[in-house]
Every structure is written in C-alpha cells, then in structure tokens.
Unconditional design. Structure first.
Length: 479
C-alpha cells in the first residue's frame, strides 16, 4: 500500500512533505534538521513509517509505533530550542486484516524563531526550501528574528488535553488563598485551554502530575556569607507543578530562617529573618516571571547568614538591564508569562497591578540602610535580595566580603565595591561592570581595573582568552 491510499492526495502534492521508514538512531541530525527547517519556514508534514520517494507504507505494530513516537519526542526535546509547535497522531490501516500504524507529525510554523538545533554542542539553524532542508543563510536568520512574534512560552498550545481531575492541587491552592476554587469557566475565560480543549503550555505547569524541568528549583543553605569559602549546610532540588514549587520554597526557607525578639518598654516583638509577606511576594515574582524558554536552568534559593537571594532565570522582560537598585517601587513590572500571571492573580497571590515590590518595600520600611532589600538584573537572571533582620550588621554590598585596604593610588569610587565583589571569586570585566551598574567600556578597564592591577590590589588569570580579576589578599584584608 501507498500513502496516497490512506491520505488525501491533494495534501501530498506539495513540497512541505518528508517521509522516513524509521527514525535513524545513528544519524538523528539527518531528520531533526527537517523538523527544525519546517518550523523555521512555513511548516510541513513529517511521516514516519513511510518509505521516502516512493511513499510506500512500511508501518508499525502499535507498540513499536508508541516507541517510535516516544523516541521522536525525546530527541526533539533534547536538541530543538524552542520546541516547535506540532501535532503528533497515529494513522491506521490494515494489511491482511492486521492493524498497522504510521505516525504523522504536523509541524507548524514557529511563532518564535529561529528554532535552533543543538547537536554535539554545536548550534545550527536550518531552513526548508523547495522540498529540501539546508542551513539558513545570514539574511534568512535576520528575517526570522525580525518577523518572530516573540510569543510568550506559556500561551503556546501543548499536546495535553484538559482534564479536570488533574487540577486538584490548583483548586486547593486557590481555595487556600482566595477562599474558593477556580472553576472551569474561569479557566476558560483566561485562556487556560484552546478551542480544541488542549492546554496551553502555562496550564500544563499547573497540572497535578507535572514534574518536568521547566519548574525546577534549587534550594541551598550556607553557613556563612558566600558560596565560595563557607560550608554548604543543605542543597535540595525540587521538581513539581507551580503550586507545589511555591509551597516547597516557602517551607524550605521557613524551616531554616532565624527568629529573634526585641524588648521595648512595654512589649516584646517577635522578629523573623524575613517578613512573611516579603518572602511570599519574592517567591511569587520568581515563579511568575522566570523565562520558561531557558532549558537547563532553575530558580535558585540561596540562604546565607545575613540574607536570602531569590534568583529567577531570565533578565527583565524585553531585555532591560538595571544592574543593582534599592528602588524596588521604581521597577516597572512587565509580564513575561501572561497566562501564569493571570492564574496567580485569580488565586489572589499576585496583584493584577504589579505591586508586589511595593509590598516588599513596606515590610522593610522600618529597617536601617544596612537592612534594605534590593534587586539586580543581568541579561540572563533576575535576583531579589532580602536582608536577614535578625543579623544585626545587615548587608553592605550584597553580602560580599567586608574588607579593609590602604587607599589605592589614583583610585576611583568603584575600588571598594570591586575588591569586595572579587574577594572570594574571580570575575570577568563584564561581570564586574554589571555588578556596578556601569558599561563595560575601555575607560572602565584602563582607568579602574588596570589601575587596581598595576598597584597590586587585584591579580589576573586567564581561561581561554578571557581575563578574570581577583582581589589580592596580601593587600586586601577581611574586616
């Protein structure tokens, strides 16, 4: 039998068609680039179990078809970023009254381009043209980037159907914080699923059984002030749906934070390391605004003696970089994940107007300057730092080393911060500039960094062609 006998022939008479008898395990690049090429062009149909050129049906038994589909999914998830939008289905036919199956993969044109194929550590971009798949030209890559819709990850359709029974944890979460359960009508009104009843990507992250890498969180507790020279007390990794992730982080910090008491003339006031409302707002912000396109990353919760750092993958949405700022109220929040944010707003754990940072500022309003929270953002992460209110010294430069040193000849206003930043860890010039909130200019390198090096306050080392700077402990001492 041939493909034309079970599929409308008009659908086969185009150049957006590719057939494979089986998926070649020895050369996955050969067929993965076809999927990437379809996604970067106008889409196409990819049939597995059909002989190329002749369209003769080879087919599979159902168990083998399942295995082939699973292998296909695993390879696409591992090598293609972002994952193309696809519909995978089985097409059945009979041979001598025995059921056989082929696999049809309908690849849609990606709304986020280019789709990148990473194989053996080498990223490549492919384009489908005139029935063939080849490497994309420079002009095509530029055009893809310009025309990309920049669609948010959470509002793209998934391959999972809506099932009310798999959302019990979301209903419980809503009941706990909002007082009542989220009904199907409310979920549909915010676009939780599409017209075909398929959940959107963001909705999948709320399902009871989700435990994938997209929501991974790494929680660490350190005995001192930094990661480099102090003992790690606890390191826990967690995977679960969004509501479980929020609860896990809150439990992790609450079980490990310090508690203290202040006596006044007429009462005793209990103090936690971190105000509960500020902690909760920080956790919600990290979950709501993380970049879910970034695979291999996680939210990081790092508990130090003097502070808590909550870091979320992805800088500010739309690419702004603000370095470091104590003006939390001045930060304009832009939603990276519209659906996830809408669900959290509906559960009453997030403000629709984006006032979460205002609440954190209010909780620390009575604190001195050494105990003021701050945020800093780079191109690939966003970090909220909450000072520990039970630690009397507070934090000076983000919990970095407290140092003393003789004045630097021809020094600048940046010297102390740089030496503190580079005391425990060596850093690149670009990282130092981001920490200071200034541009990585030739003036900065020559006037500031080279002057510190020339006078012996920092030493340099190289990894490949990159220079790293570290404070010289012979001239820079801990306070």
């Amino acid at each position: 039998m041939y493909l034309e006998e079970i599929i409308d022939k008009t659908n086969l008479e185009n150049e957006c068609l590719e057939c494979k008898s089986t998926l070649n395990r020895e050369n996955t690049l050969g067929w993965l680039k076809t999927i990437a090429g379809f996604a970067n062009a106008g889409g196409g149909d990819f049939y597995i179990g059909v002989e190329d050129k002749t369209n003769k049906l080879i087919g599979f038994e159902r168990k083998d078809a399942d295995n082939e589909r699973n292998y296909f999914n695993n390879q696409v998830n591992e090598h293609l970023t972002p994952r193309p939008q696809m519909r995978i289905s089985f097409v059945s036919y009979k041979v001598r009254n025995k059921e056989r199956y082929i696999i049809k993969v309908n690849v849609e044109e990606s709304s986020v381009k280019p789709v990148i194929l990473k194989y053996d550590g080498v990223p490549s971009i492919f384009m489908r043209r005139d029935g063939f798949t080849n490497g994309a030209t420079y002009e095509e890559i530029i055009e893809m980037s310009i025309k990309s819709k920049n669609t948010q990850y959470d509002i793209l359709p998934s391959e999972e159907k809506y099932n009310e029974k798999k959302l019990s944890k979301l209903r419980d979460f809503s009941k706990e914080h909002f007082g009542k359960e989220l009904k199907e009508k409310a979920l549909r009104s915010m676009g939780f699923m599409n017209e075909d009843n398929y959940l959107l990507n963001g909705a999948v992250l709320f399902t009871d059984d989700y435990n994938g890498k997209k929501t991974e969180v790494l929680c660490s507790s350190f005995s001192g002030f930094n990661k480099g020279s102090e003992r790690i007390v606890t390191v826990n990794k967690f995977n679960g749906n969004i509501t479980d992730t929020i609860n896990y982080i809150m439990d992790f910090v609450n079980q490990r934070m310090n508690h203290s008491m202040i006596k006044t003339s007429n009462e005793r006031i209990n103090i936690d390391s971190f105000p509960q409302r500020a902690l909760f707002e920080g956790v919600i912000n990290a979950v709501a605004h993380r970049d879910y396109y970034l695979d291999g990353t996680q939210i990081q919760i790092e508990l130090f003696r003097d502070r808590l750092e909550i870091s979320s993958p992805g800088g500010f949405y739309r690419g702004e970089k603000i370095g470091k700022t104590y003006d939390l109220s001045g930060v304009i929040s832009k939603r990276r994940n519209e659906l996830i944010s809408n669900v959290l707003v509906a559960c009453n754990v997030m403000e629709a107007s984006g006032t979460g940072f205002d609440k954190i500022t209010e909780e620390y309003a009575e604190a001195d300057e050494a105990h003021k929270p701050y945020i800093y953002s780079t191109s690939d992460h966003f970090t909220l730092v909450l000072p520990d209110l039970t630690y009397s010294r507070g934090i000076e430069y983000g919990g970095l080393a407290h140092i003393v040193f003789a004045p630097v000849p021809d020094g600048t206003e940046h010297d102390e911060k740089i030496l503190s930043f580079c005391y425990y860890h060596a850093h690149k010039a670009s990282e130092i500039a981001e920490f200071l909130g200034i541009s990585d200019s030739s003036y900065f390198r020559k006037k500031v960094l080279e002057n510190l090096e020339r006078n012996g306050y920092i030493t340099t080392s190289k990894i490949s062609r990159t220079t790293y700077y570290k404070a010289n402990p012979d001239l820079v001492k801990l306070d």
